[in-house]
Design a protein around this ligand. Structure first.
Ligand code: FUB
Length: 312
């Protein structure tokens, strides 16, 4: 209940925390939020859950056919820029895939590269199951033009891209375990064979990698199921492809039972934030999810202080 003048002063000092209500998008179901700052504005690229219907996806499972992008200058007022990529306009996607899962978007030299996983119609390229493609735009809101084929050599979901301080780009993704590889300068092709990243937990699904660098430490953050639902864990390394060492938990398992969590971290106006999801708008069905934000902080030794969800 901070007074507006105090919030404005804190904002000028870069000290405000997220005070938007969670979930912060209520016009549609959203999940897997990747948040990025482009030109001083926050853009969130989430997945878009829709309910299954006859001829539309599989009842009881994730159903996703397109992506919207949302943006905000203050983390409170959000603009929906509409559909940026849709399954039936991507040449390589299996018709009626309804599997447009967790995406990422990154900028280089004024071009925006949107990475997304889904199922292909031609399984001879990367094998059966999910693979990852790219669509390119001149603006963060598109229009995005999909590449004609998925990235060769990538099998899996949940793409995440890091462009390191030296300009080298890395693609991370998951397929039960977490993998990474250098990208070529065009950001459209792998430059090397994928590798695993170190001594991550061997038991339980690990997915949704989000990698970032802070003060010379590379953080690999990821959802991990040990019991029933995913908790967010992190590992650190002195280099982008590891080996990473597990350090701890940044968000506990959901007490109310949304099976998945999926997240990104963002520094905006000198404050760090965690973007993640739960099923606030669909308490009975956890495949219709909604995105949330909370403030996040680091301890002096670089460890991440655990985030406790704020619901209002
Ligand atoms: O949204 C579909 C899948 O659920 C994502 O790709 C995973 O990370 C999990 O959130």
């Amino acid at each position: 209940n901070l007074k507006p003048w105090l919030l404005a002063t804190l904002a000028v000092l870069g000290l405000q925390s997220a005070h938007a209500q969670n979930p912060f998008i209520t016009s549609q179901f959203t999940a897997d939020p990747t948040a990025r700052v482009f030109n001083g504005r926050v853009y969130v690229y989430p997945s878009h859950d829709i309910p299954a219907a006859p001829g539309r996806g599989r009842a009881g499972w994730f159903v996703m056919e397109d992506y919207h992008v949302f943006s905000s200058a203050n983390l409170t007022d959000w603009t929906d820029h509409g559909v940026i990529v849709t399954q039936n306009k991507v040449p390589w996607v299996k018709p009626d895939s309804y599997s447009m899962w967790a995406p990422d978007c990154i900028e280089r030299n004024g071009k925006y590269y949107f990475y997304f996983p889904t199922t292909p119609k031609d399984t001879t390229i990367n094998g059966k199951g999910f693979t990852i493609g790219v669509a390119v735009a001149d603006k963060p809101t598109g229009p995005f033009v999909p590449q004609p084929l998925p990235i060769k050599g990538v099998r899996g979901i949940d793409p995440n891209v890091l462009i390191d301080k030296d300009g080298q780009a890395y693609l991370y993704w998951s397929q039960g375990n977490i993998y990474g590889a250098k990208l070529k300068a065009n950001l459209l092709e792998l430059a090397e064979e994928p590798k695993t990243l170190g001594e991550l937990p061997t038991q339980g699904l690990k997915e949704g990698p989000y990698v970032f660098e802070r003060k010379g430490i590379y953080y690999l953050t990821y959802p991990h199921v040990e019991h029933k639902t995913e908790r967010l864990e992190y590992a650190t390394s002195s280099s982008p492809l590891g080996p990473f060492t597990v350090k701890g938990v940044l968000m506990d398992e959901s007490p109310t039972g949304c099976w998945t969590n999926h997240h990104s971290l963002l520094q905006f106006n000198n404050q760090w934030y965690l973007f993640y999801h739960h099923n606030d708008l669909s308490p009975q069905f956890d495949k219709n999810r909604s995105v949330r934000i909370d403030s996040l902080s680091f301890a002096a030794d670089g460890s991440i202080n655990k985030v406790v969800p704020t619901l209002r």
